[in-house]
Design a protein around this ligand. Sequence first.
Ligand code: CA
Ligand code: CA
Ligand code: CA
Ligand code: CA
Length: 248
Amino acid sequence: MSKLSQLVKVLVASTLGLSVLASMPAAKAGVSIVPTTEGEIKLLNNGDCLSLAPCIDTTSLGYTVTSLSYNQNNKTYSPSLLFSDDISTENTWGFGIKFDLPDAGTNPLTGINTFRPVMIKNGKPDENGQLEVGHFLFDFMGKTINEVTLDFHDVEVSGFSGILKVNGNPFSQLLGEGPNNSVQTLVLKDVKSFEVQLGKVGSPFPTGDGVDLNVEKVPEPTTTASLGLLAMTGMFGLRKQKNVTKIS
Ligand SMILES: [Ca+2]
Ligand SMILES: [Ca+2]
Ligand SMILES: [Ca+2]
Ligand SMILES: [Ca+2]
């Protein structure tokens, strides 16, 4: 190979590299509120953590989490536990909870921690703690957050995962099903608190549809007096356009 064609090859390669960089989405302005260390989120209603995982008190991060019971399949299920988890590490947290590597069904992006619910059935974690289903109230402790972005990882059943309330008011925005390990996003404005439901128990999967969550906030206080709510959903990838909904 001549030196010239080698040079051309290098140039082509670096041009490709640049175009890949240029097509990457711009970094989000928000900052993740998920604790950066793995462990169990200390829930307001439990008073303390139940597993042997590091117990994470989120009040220093500016929010509290309450786990709520929920109805599905004509049954009421007990409040789930919640963890901060890096999917690329295996964890044995006691209380019957073992996060395998890889998870049998729900594998969010690596390199970030996500909120990972653990469904409780008959007093015990279902699927050894690997069924990611729950209903949680996040409260920003009296502060209004200008914009909150919720990334739902691996929603595969329509009509269960999404937002149920914002600032104490019913505000149902449930997501449609997406492909395996896809991410769908909801954006909320002027948020003091929100209730989120993750996943579904049982059918059409043997144990259920597990869903993990990332939450990012833009912390500037709102300057508008009115309580405007804006929600946008979008799926990264093929169905991006199809799934965009706007509510004002
Ligand atoms: Ca892990
Ligand atoms: Ca999946
Ligand atoms: Ca799972
Ligand atoms: Ca799933």
